[in-house]
Design a binder for this molecule. Sequence first.
Ligand code: SAM
Ligand code: SF4
Length: 493
Amino acid sequence: MSANYLETMIKRDEIDRYYQNGRDFIDDDAIRAEIADNAKPDKARIRDILQKSLAIETLQGPDVAALLSVEDPELLAEMADVAWKVKHKVYDNRVVTFAPMYISSYCINRCRYCGFSADNSRGLRRCLTQEEIKAEAEAMIRLGHKRVMAVYGEHPMTGADFISKSLETIYSAKVPGRHEGAVNCVRRINVNAAPMSVDDLKKVHEAGIGTFQVFQETYDHKAYAAMHPADTVKGDMGWRLTCMHRAFDAGIDDVGLGVLFGLQPDWKFDVAAMCVHARELERYSGIGPHTFSVPRMHAASGSEVANAKSNFTDDDFFRAVLVLRLSVPYTGLIVTARESKELRDRCVRIGLTQMDAGTRIDIGGYAAGNKDQKIDEQQFLLGDNRSLEQMIVDLAKQGIITSFCTAGYRCGRTGGCIMDALKTGREGTFCKINAVLTYREWLDDFASPESIRACEPVIEAELAAIKEMYPKFYPVVMERYNRICAGERDLYF
Ligand code: SAM
Ligand code: SF4
């Protein structure tokens, strides 16, 4: 990639302005020292820390490090118990579902672990046209999806203008529903794309982006440099580290962080560093990340790194999720279909808040009705291939309600407003009620009679809980619930 091209893509002043004393906010040595200094906490200290998590306080570095060091199964079980309580307090008994829409596999970067790397000559390249994006959105709507994560490689073809246009196209897709006159559509689009400049982020903001997600991959400067060649845009770690600061400056107050576990051996470092990032965003804008994602590296076309066996185990994964849940208690936690059903189920019980389902990551895969995975046609391989309906029923059997709620974003409950609501547990009330309303809609519009029967007890339990917890509000909830049963759609609080 030419030096000129890098200069046009990366706005140096839009990195430097967020540095303090000429440095980015990740001090590798300090984070490692903190982990070493807190390696042997006693039980009483861990229990004190858990009280802070229960009070929905963001933990400081030494406390995060102490939680990371816990190996004792009994103490881990206590942490898991508190993580579940924290999740309930903030987000209630629901798991929000979404599905990714992979729009383009063209990429100028050469990340060593990714099937879309420009170095991979085996992969089939494709970028959906606006017509194909609409067809893909319609196919997803027919499967029952209401929340889409639009995913793009980094390429001049898929810059901010293209991303904004594709959001408009997805929002414009409409599919008739089961009830007379009912229309289904996508109600929220989150975006996972490369870092952008403030001006470009303003365009995407105006097009109606939900959460803007960029995964840091790793916060370890040396490991980052080893995975991302220096002559690529992504090779500039500062451009990536500061992208959420730019998002806030562009008016996007809903952002998602993530690390790619398995990329470097020290997973504890990346958990601690992602918490540093969250605290840095709180410092900068008063608003922390809306979500943490915990992708783990999986086999990918043409990638020796991704196809090598990683030493990052399922138990490590579980502990990473547990510590994140407790360390930044207000934040949503996404565990994607990269992981197996069994591991995702374990994570549900410690406070995962979002899961994708019925996932296709081949470009145009929903509209084509593809069923099998083909390694050369997708970024990596998935571990959980359940349909959306199957996942909803499986969660129902565990007493958990699946939510399609998009109300917070559409009612302006984002940014500082949502942070306060989450920290005080107020958002949990909306979550609970909107989960029931959107679940009822989904069951009536998409589920088989058998699935409806399996899910009905969850609705009954949730409505009974709402009646008990909010007796004065219950009649208003029931009024909307009954309107939905009669065929009205998109009612929320
Ligand atoms: N191209 C953009 C970027 O890199 O920021 C965004 C989209 S990229 C398609 C989404 C994420 O997929 C990356 O941030 C990375 O964490 C993840 N990913 C890449 N290769 C992977 C692999 N082999 N297994 C699992 N996840 C992978
Ligand atoms: Fe491109 Fe993103 Fe893949 Fe890197 S991870 S090669 S930037 S699509």
